[in-house]
Design a protein around this ligand. Structure first.
Ligand SMILES: [Zn+2]
Length: 217
């Protein structure tokens, strides 16, 4: 039994509906703002890390324990050219001449790039071949080849550590790139940006890489 007094104190049903509607509108507004903010930050201005790259090539994704993407083509990755995903400065090259530190050896040969547009953003490519067609301090434009994918350092294939004797012969077990980068890197790739370099450029890059290697940089 509801007394007439209690009934008069209860809010009318349409008032409650109005409150629920208002709350929903606020949630909707908050979501819209969040989407807009994310959209503003996530400008798709990167190119792919190598020709014909697909998101299917990610073998290990970014997490707190692995702040990188492991990427490789299903076949034919050994020696393919890795490129700068945006305009960068070559900050360091971990080549054959400075591969003496324990943890560096684990990741093999590598290169560290720093974004010119946003100097807080860094990209490093690991497990490369020891040949690099660029030098420390050089400015590299988006799409420029900067290293070659390999299987240097500590790499695993089918759950088994790949031994040195197996690395330089087909099928080049363990070949991949450990691309250490911001977590939103893959979301920022514009797949319509094609990377192009012709055969002549490839020959030049190869010769330049070997020359750098022999000079010991
Ligand atoms: Zn990795």
């Amino acid at each position: 039994m509801v007394s007439p007094k209690a009934e008069s104190n209860a809010p009318p049903p349409h008032f409650l509906n109005l409150l629920i509607l208002l709350a929903n509108l606020l949630i909707l507004l908050a979501n819209l703002c969040k989407i807009n903010i994310n959209y503003a930050i996530m400008i798709k201005n990167l190119c792919v890390p190598y020709k014909d790259f697909s998101l299917w090539h990610i073998t290990q994704t970014w997490s707190d324990g692995h702040k990188a993407f492991d990427i490789a083509k299903p076949v034919g990755s050994f020696g393919i050219w890795l490129v700068a995903m945006e305009n960068c400065i070559v900050e360091n090259i971990m080549g054959a001449d400075n591969l003496d530190n324990g943890w560096e050896y684990e990741r093999g040969f590598g290169i560290l790039l720093r974004s010119i547009a946003n100097p807080d953003v860094k990209y490093s490519y690991w497990h490369c071949l020891p040949f690099f067609p660029v030098k420390i301090g050089e400015t590299v434009l988006q799409g420029k080849p900067i290293a070659q994918m390999g299987n240097s350092g500590y790499v695993v294939s089918g759950g088994v550590v790949v031994l040195y004797k197996d690395k330089l012969k087909p099928p080049y077990l363990g070949t991949h790139c450990h691309l250490s980068c911001p977590s939103d890197t893959m979301d920022r790739i514009d797949f319509t940006k094609e990377i192009k370099f012709d055969l002549l450029t490839t020959i030049y890059l190869t010769l330049f890489s070997i020359s750098n290697f022999l000079k010991g940089r």
